[in-house]
Design a protein around this ligand. Sequence first.
Ligand code: AMP
Ligand code: MG
Length: 410
Amino acid sequence: MKGFHEKTLDEAISLALAHVEPVTETERVLTTQSLGRVLAEDIICPEDVPGFARSAMDGYAVRAHETHGASAEHPRTLKVIGAVEMGQDPRTLPPVGAGEACEIPTGGPMPPGADAVVMLEETERPQHQIVRLFAAVTPGTHVLSGDSDFRRGELVFKAGHKLRAVDIGALLAMGILSVKVYRRVRVGLLSTGSELVEPDHRVRPGQVRQINSHVLQNLLEGAQGLFLGIVPDDREHLRAAVQQAVRASDMVVLSGGSSVGARDWTLDVLQELGEILVHGLQIKPGKPTIFAIIESKPVIGLPGNPVSCVIVFEKFVRPVLARRSGLRVLLPAHRLASAQLTQAVRSAIGREDFVAVRLRVDEAHGALYAEPIPGHSNNISTLARADGIVHVPSDFEAIPEGAQVWVELL
Ligand code: AMP
Ligand code: MG
């Protein structure tokens, strides 16, 4: 008889990750086009950045010790020898000598001799050639050193880091124009169900537009989705389709037919072709989830209900995909908002629940509220109306109304 052997989400993830290897092939890509790619090399900073000391303020570059004791009552007077221009080569600047100051803009290179900046707000310029300082500074005040951003030889990113927009900025600031990354993981996407038709076909009553593969494709981010179509609830068809998908891709994600009904063939087929490591997760929605290894590749059977499919993708497939992509540290992928629950959400001991919520801002009090959205996991509208998901841990029977919760933004 068919049945589930449920595992907790954490158990299932650990077990799956123990069987997943990163792809080995790498490629070189332009830094400007590396968003979401995973580094296959350590990045060592090739040069000091910015490479010259610069002012952090508009003001006057001075020799700090000469400002000692300066105050509103006892200003120090220095001779202004000139003004630094943005972009000027500091080697061409006149040195600041004893009793001298040089006007400097924010980001301007420090002239030789000067070691601190007095902010404009703490000065007065009674004449073109004279500045009065109303504050004392110490060496380094309002100065960013030549290696204040990155130091030559510094390990900036380790192999296995997934590049974000800010990281692209850091690489370009160091003059690194291309990077070695793991090649994109190819994810084979299959949908199973005799009732499914592609959304660009006419549907008659009884048929359902196939959306899961399209949603999944758009959740893949750095990976490459291989859209492999719809397979009817037929064992032979499914076996052939899975075999072909495994050959064409680095991992396979299929949705539908993962439960224990008479027309659910995913378990039998995956068992026939490889080894089943997980069948059933102690979560809701998403219980009928299968993890198998076929020809050393991860093959994941997701529930067909579109909401379950998305939740299990985020919670279970995402880490597997991350490992396959070469990611070294698996951080939670979601942005969080803290909000107050407007209604209790119920769960069961021993099961983790993921509840769709809509966020509402109370403008008057600046408070954020999370309203649970009622709805069946078959209805994608539940997620389309939601801003995020609230997680109810397995040792909670409920989270009470009014509780402050973390909302994982969709
Ligand atoms: P299953 O997991 O095969 O029992 O499917 C559960 C429900 O999800 C059924 O109502 C299916 O019609 C629906 N479903 C399965 N696959 C998809 C899909 N790719 N797109 C939209 N709905 C689906
Ligand atoms: Mg089905």
